[in-house]
Design a protein around this ligand. Structure first.
Ligand code: B12
Length: 254
């Protein structure tokens, strides 16, 4: 049969079947301008494709420092694809999201901040690196099956544009079966109250990275207190493990 018919039987587009021929996955003989596929070869591939794929191998990272150096280089040279592949591999290898955040992303961003402060990294390079990390974090946003532990809202106080730590907190909470509404940055106090009530949130998590936003954090905390909405604040230097421990204690208490 020709490749078009083989593609039909495989249930894939002609271009996919053609790609498989080029990769050697599907045997075909070229006669003139047409590829012919033998019935046995087709059946072999159909059977291979129907076998369940093995679960991805769990990965143990032995050398986080090497991972950090690699990611730092990708980020500083603007190699988005390489950075994303590196992070995706860790996710595929079932490396816990919290480890990816705390042992890789956070130290690399801290290093970029130090270099920016020291003048060897420009604002443009830092912005490019942050944007790549922001997009890479999407790969870590999985919500495992199982009964949700509760509802959490995550944001930063007005005046704090550092969205990445809040995004990391979101990834870690979702991965731990918390329904997490991620509001990005700088939500006005009364809007935060409204959405907390609308979503019946158990907790509002406020992430602070910019020390200049401390007063605004205080104001938000006082507003939430006034409406009896539980909240937890943490920021630069504080650990996602502590955040998890606190929210999991809250889940046990309810
Ligand atoms: C990227 C970046 C930016 C980006 C942010 C982009 C983005 N999409 O997030 C932009 C360009 C917007 C930015 C702006 C500024 N930045 Co900036 N920024 C950084 C940088 C390089 C990385 C930030 C980051 O993501 N850090 C990594 C985080 C993930 O690590 P972490 O802090 O340990 O965070 C953990 C906790 O937050 C925890 N966590 C999260 N939520 C919760 C909740 C709870 C309850 C708990 C327990 C824990 C927890 O999880 C995180 C992961 O482990 C830092 C460098 C640094 N050292 O962090 C500077 C840094 C924070 N920025 C700094 C400064 C000065 C600024 C600006 C004032 C610069 C300016 N002159 O405009 C502005 C402020 C803007 C504003 N109004 O907020 C300084 C702050 C210095 C200081 N201590 O005063 C730093 C430290 C750089 C430096 N070395 O000087 N910045």
């Amino acid at each position: 049969m020709d490749l078009k018919e083989a593609a039909n039987q495989l249930g894939v587009h002609y271009q996919t079947a053609y790609q498989w021929v080029r990769e050697g996955r599907l045997q075909a003989e070229k006669v003139g301008s047409v590829y012919n596929v033998n019935e046995d070869d087709l059946q072999y591939l159909i059977q291979e494709r129907s076998k369940p794929s093995p679960p991805p191998k769990e990965m143990q990272v032995r050398d986080w420092a090497a991972q950090q150096t690699k990611l730092l280089n990708h980020l500083l040279s603007g190699e988005e694809l390489l950075a994303r592949v590196q992070i995706q591999r860790l996710a595929d290898g079932k490396v816990p999201v919290i480890d990816v955040c705390e042992n890789l992303l956070s130290p690399v961003l801290t290093e970029i901040g130090d270099r920016w402060e020291g003048g060897s990294v420009t604002i443009a390079e830092e912005h490019r690196a942050s944007a790549i990390v922001e997009r890479s974090l999407a790969n870590l946003m999985s919500s495992p099956a199982g009964r949700p532990k509760g509802v959490v809202i995550v944001t930063t106080p007005p005046g704090d544009e550092h969205s990445l730590p809040a995004t990391m907190a979101t990834a870690v909470l979702r991965n731990n079966r918390w329904i997490t509404h991620h509001l990005g940055t700088q939500v006005p106090a009364l809007d935060l109250v409204k959405i907390a009530k609308d979503t019946k949130a158990d907790l509002v998590v406020l992430t602070i990275t910019n020390p200049d936003a401390r007063d605004s954090l205080k104001m938000i905390e006082e507003t939430l207190n006034g409406y009896d909405i539980a909240h937890l604040s943490g920021g630069m230097g504080s650990k996602l493990r502590d955040l998890l421990e606190s929210v999991n204690t809250l889940a046990k208490g309810t």
